[in-house]
Design a protein. Structure first.
Length: 545
C-alpha cells in the first residue's frame, strides 16, 4: 500500500481498478497474477484501527464523523441515515460480519458458471470466513425461530436455504475482523500497485475513428489535491474497471460523462454517452427491529443466526451494549443517532442540535435499559426502487439518493409478516430467559417506536397497525445496491454498454441483494470476474488458479 502522494504524475497499467472495496480487492489480487494492476482507494488503510478490527468496537467506525473516518455518512431523501465505506476493504470493514452465500436460483438468474462460483466462494472463505461461537442469546434466537416454525433447522452452513441456520462470520474466534483487504494477500506483489487516499475524478475516453468511446485513462487526486493521471497500456485486453459501490460507481460514470443527459447538463459535464439508466434501480433492503430488554446479561454478538422464510423476509439478531448504546457505548449504540439506526428524521431536520439532544436523552436512561438485544427482519429484494442524482462535481461529495422504502405494498406486507415472526420468537419458550414477563409485545413495540432518537412524530399505539410500525421504524441494514444494473447499464459480462474497455464489477450491478447478506457474493464476484478476465488474457477456458 502506498499513499497517492508518492505516485508519479503519469503512470501506465494493464488494468486500472477504481475502488478498493469488497469487489475491488479480490478482483485486483486475481488480475495481478498475469497483468499489471493499479488499485485506487479513496480512503485509508483498515489495519491498525481497532474500531474496524475488534468485534467489541462495532459501531464506533460508523459513528466517526471526521473527514478521515472509514465511514462516510449519507442521509437518503427518505430520511434514513446510512453509511458508505471510505477505506481499503470497503463495507467489509464496517459491517456486522455475517457471511452467507447467494442461493442457487440467484446464481442461475445471474448467468454465472456455478462451478466457478463455488470455487470463487471457497477462495474467499479460506481467508475471511469462520464459524461463529454460539452463546446464550444467539442460541435462544435460533431455538425460538425453530419453535416459531422456521424449518428445517439446517445447522451451520454458508448455503442460502429455507429454514433456520447458523451462518458464517468474518470475525475470527478471537473477535478480530477479516476484510476484503485481507484477500490482497493472494496478489502477486510485482503485479499490483495499491494507492490510498486517491479519489478518482474522471475516466478519460477517446473516440478517434471509433464507433463508440473507449476508456483509456483516469484522473485522480492525492491527499494534497495534486492531480495525477494513469493510462492503460496498449493491448486488446486492458481495461478500466469501476468497483466503487452502489453510490460510487454510478457517480463516477456520471462525473465522466456517462449518464442521463439532464444530469450531465445540470453540472456542465461534457457528455460522452447519454445513458439514462445510470443511477436508476437504486434499492436498499429495509430493516425493522424490536428491542428486547433482558433480565440477565447478554453476550456481545453480531449476526450469527438467520431464519430464511418463505414469505420474503429474513430474521436475524444482535445483542450486547454495543447495539443498545449503554453507558460505555452511548455514542454509537444501535439506538444512537450517530449511527442513524432508528433515526428516520428528514435530512433537513438532522441538525447537530437535534443529534446532541438525542444523545443527551439517552444518557438520562438507566444502564439497565440497554441490557438486551435486537431481533430484526430484512426484506428480500426489495421490490421498491429509487434513483440517484449528482449533487456536485466533487467525487468526495455524496450523491443524492432516494430508496422509496415500502413504496411497493408487497414490501410493506413482508415487513408485517416478519414482525409477526419476531413476536413469535420473543414469546417462544426457548427465548423466555431473555424476556421480562411484565413487558408485553405491545410494550416492546412502543418502546422501540418511541426510542429517544427517533424524532419523527410518534404514533401512540403501534399495535393497532404493524404497517405503521414498519414505516415509523424503518432503517438500513447497509445492503443498498443498483445504479449500474445488468442489462440496463452493463451487459452480462459487466461491460458498460456503448463503451469499450470499461466494466463495472460490484453491487451496483445487482437487481436484488444476494442471499441474506451480500458481502460474500460481492467478494466472490470480484474473484469470479478476475478469473474470467485472466482466462481471456491467457486465451484459455481451462481451470482456475
Amino acid at each position: 500500500m502506498h499513499q497517492a502522494t508518492t505516485a508519479p504524475s503519469v503512470s501506465y497499467y494493464d488494468y486500472i481498478i477504481i475502488g478498493g472495496g469488497t469487489a475491488g480487492c479480490p478482483l485486483a489480487a486475481t488480475l495481478s497474477q498475469n497483468a499489471s494492476v493499479l488499485l485506487l482507494e479513496r480512503g485509508g488503510s483498515p489495519y491498525g484501527n481497532a474500531n474496524i478490527t475488534d468485534l467489541g468496537a462495532f459501531g464506533a467506525a460508523l459513528s466517526d464523523l471526521s473527514p478521515s473516518s472509514p465511514s462516510q455518512r449519507f442521509v437518503s431523501e427518505d430520511g434514513v441515515v446510512n453509511a458508505r465505506a471510505r477505506v481499503l476493504g470497503g463495507g467489509t470493514c464496517l459491517n456486522a460480519g455475517f457471511y452467507t452465500r447467494a442461493g442457487p436460483d440467484y446464481v442461475r438468474l445471474a448467468g454465472w458458471d456455478a462451478k466457478l462460483v463455488n470455487e470463487s466462494y471457497q477462495w474467499v472463505e479460506k481467508v475471511v470466513a469462520f464459524q461463529p461461537p454460539m452463546k446464550q442469546w444467539q442460541s435462544a434466537v435460533r431455538d425460538g425461530l425453530v419453535e416459531a416454525g422456521i424449518l428445517p433447522y439446517n445447522g451451520f452452513t454458508y448455503d442460502h436455504i429455507y429454514g433456520t441456520k447458523i451462518g458464517g462470520t468474518i470475525f475470527d474466534p478471537q473477535g478480530h475482523r477479516h476484510t476484503a483487504a485481507d484477500l490482497l494477500r493472494y496478489a502477486k506483489p510485482s503485479g499490483l500497485t495499491v494507492l490510498l487516499h486517491a479519489p478518482v475524478h474522471q475516466i478519460l475516453f477517446r473516440r478517434r475513428g471509433r464507433t463508440q468511446p473507449k476508456a483509456h485513462g483516469i484522473i485522480f487526486a492525492d491527499a494534497n489535491g495534486v492531480s495525477k493521471r494513469a493510462y492503460l497500456n496498449r493491448g486488446p485486453n486492458n481495461e478500466i474497471i469501476v468497483s466503487s459501490g452502489a453510490l460510487g460507481s454510478p457517480q463516477i460514470l456520471m462525473l465522466s460523462g456517462v449518464g442521463p443527459r439532464r444530469q450531465l447538463r445540470a453540472h456542465n459535464i461534457t457528455m460522452v454517452l447519454d445513458q439514462p439508466m445510470v443511477g436508476l434501480g437504486m434499492s436498499d433492503n429495509p430493516m425493522n427491529a424490536i428491542f428486547v430488554p433482558s433480565p440477565q446479561p447478554t453476550e456481545v454478538s453480531l449476526i450469527q443466526v438467520v431464519g430464511i422464510t418463505h414469505n420474503g423476509t429474513y430474521i436475524e439478531s444482535a445483542c450486547g451494549e454495543n447495539f443498545a448504546g449503554g453507558a460505555r457505548t452511548q455514542d454509537y449504540g444501535m439506538f444512537s443517532p450517530k449511527i442513524g439506526q432508528l433515526s428516520t428524521v428528514p435530512p433537513k431536520q438532522r441538525t447537530q442540535a437535534a443529534l446532541d439532544k438525542a444523545v443527551e436523552d439517552m444518557k438520562s436512561l438507566p444502564e439497565s435499559a440497554f441490557v438486551g438485544g435486537f431481533i430484526l427482519e430484512k426484506i428480500m429484494g426489495p421490490i421498491s426502487t429509487g434513483h440517484l442524482e449528482l449533487m456536485s462535481r466533487n467525487p468526495n461529495d455524496n450523491p443524492q439518493v432516494t430508496f422509496n422504502y415500502f413504496k411497493d405494498p408487497r414490501d410493506l406486507q413482508r415487513c408485517v409478516d416478519g414482525i409477526k415472526i419476531i413476536e413469535n420468537v420473543i414469546e417462544s419458550r426457548a427465548f423466555s430467559t431473555f424476556r421480562f414477563d411484565s413487558l408485553s409485545i405491545v410494550t416492546l413495540l412502543n418502546m422501540t417506536a418511541n426510542s429517544p432518537v427517533n424524532l419523527l412524530p410518534k404514533h401512540s399505539n403501534v399495535s393497532r397497525s404493524l404497517e405503521q410500525f414498519c414505516k415509523d421504524t424503518v432503517m438500513t441494514i447497509w445492503h443498498y445496491h443498483g445504479g449500474c444494473q445488468v442489462a440496463r447499464v452493463v451487459d452480462r459480462d459487466y461491460k458498460v454498454i456503448g463503451i469499450d474497455s470499461l466494466r463495472v464489477i460490484d453491487g451496483s450491478t445487482f437487481r436484488n441483494s444476494p442471499g441474506t447478506n451480500p458481502q460474500a457474493t460481492v467478494m466472490m464476484l470480484g474473484r469470479y470476474m478476475g478469473v474470467k478476465l485472466m482466462r481471456e488474457r491467457l486465451g484459455t477456458n481451462n481451470g482456475s488458479e
